[in-house]
Ligand binder design. Structure first.
Ligand SMILES: [Zn+2]
Ligand SMILES: [Zn+2]
Length: 330
């Protein structure tokens, strides 16, 4: 029997290429796991996504894109398949995509995490025969502390910046990570946080969907000096002309990559906070187990390592699958 989902030049494809999932080429129907740039690309005739993803996807693709929002867990017929979207816990609206045809079920996880996140619905295990899982952080060295603990460290650093009268410049992905930090901060403070424009527009979409966060303001609208204030900006703004507006800064990067020795220094940040929207090693293994899948296809990141571990240690049918998914932002 041929695989239900196969690798085509445009991306992961369903039977007869009737639909694709997170296509990197042009698709007739492009099922989107979430709105990060490496998964939601322009050029498809039609996009289907989980309902809470639609506004963010619209922001990314523009007013012309044809977008069909589908409520979580609601099966929809597509050709001879049933399709449904299930919470992935990665960012607002992120979904695993379940594809059922006759008696077989495949799940494409997209990006996911198992830790709590006040900005989105928690990951739900979806039983299947074959799972295509991501493995961005698929090495045993990756083991996350709780977001609450990491946020406590961010608040301490911000406090030190106040005492030193410097601007606390925290870089993070503009979609998902920034809003998660703003929501986690609300458990510690009601102080206003300043935002780079790219972060502000996405934060507004989260607010419109009812996500509670600390008060925010565009950095260009800030009254008075920014020293002692916390500013959130995307990594692309680091060392850009945008930074000239600040006098004395302490820079930090919030990312799972900060767990890797040397990356913080190489990228030139003063501080690193290990905060990821992907599953850590334990989360990946737990998810594989809970899926009850008999076959695993592993993509995105350390796919070879995880696939080999599942084969050699767990005795499972597992192989790496090469896709075009990468970092959330170039
Ligand atoms: Zn992502
Ligand atoms: Zn990704």
């Amino acid at each position: 029997m041929t695989d239900l989902i196969r690798l085509q030049p445009e991306g992961l494809a369903g039977p007869g290429s009737r639909f694709h999932i997170d296509a990197w080429g042009k698709a007739a129907v492009n099922l989107i796991t979430h709105a990060h740039g490496d998964h939601a690309r322009a050029g498809s005739a039609e996009y289907w996504c989980a309902e809470p993803c639609a506004a963010i996807l619209r922001h990314r693709l523009g007013p012309e894109a044809r977008i069909r929002p589908v409520p979580y867990r609601e099966p929809v017929r597509l050709g001879d398949c049933w399709i449904s979207f299930h919470p992935a816990g990665h960012i607002l609206g992120s979904a695993q995509i379940r594809v059922e045809q006759a008696s077989r079920v495949w799940v494409v996880t997209g990006d996911y995490k198992r830790d709590a996140d006040p900005t989105c619905e928690s990951f739900e295990p979806v039983p299947c025969d074959t799972m295509i899982t991501e493995a961005t952080f698929g090495l045993p060295i990756y083991r996350w502390d709780s977001a609450h603990e990491v946020t406590r460290r961010i608040v301490e650093w911000w406090q030190r910046c106040r005492e030193d009268n410097v601007t606390a410049l925290l870089f993070c992905y503009a979609l998902g990570k920034a809003q998660r930090i703003l929501a986690e901060l609300a458990r510690f403070t009601r102080d206003e946080v300043l935002l780079h424009g790219a972060v502000a527009s996405l934060t507004q979409i989260y607010r419109e969907q009812g996500v509670a966060m600390v008060p925010t303001r565009l950095v260009s609208d800030a009254e008075g000096p920014t020293e002692g204030r916390l500013v959130l900006a995307p990594p692309s703004a680091h060392r850009s002309p945008w930074m000239k507006r600040f006098r004395q800064v302490s820079t930090a990067f919030a990312s799972g990559w900060m767990a890797v020795r040397g990356i913080r220094r190489r990228r030139g940040y003063h501080r690193g906070f290990v905060l990821s929207d992907h599953a850590d090693w334990r989360g990946l293994l737990e998810t594989v187990e809970q899926s009850r899948a008999s076959r695993l296809l592993v993509t995105h990141g350390s796919s070879d390592t995880l696939a080999r571990y599942l084969r050699e240690v767990k005795g499972m049918k597992a192989e790496a699958l090469t896709t075009h998914f990468g970092e959330e932002e170039a």
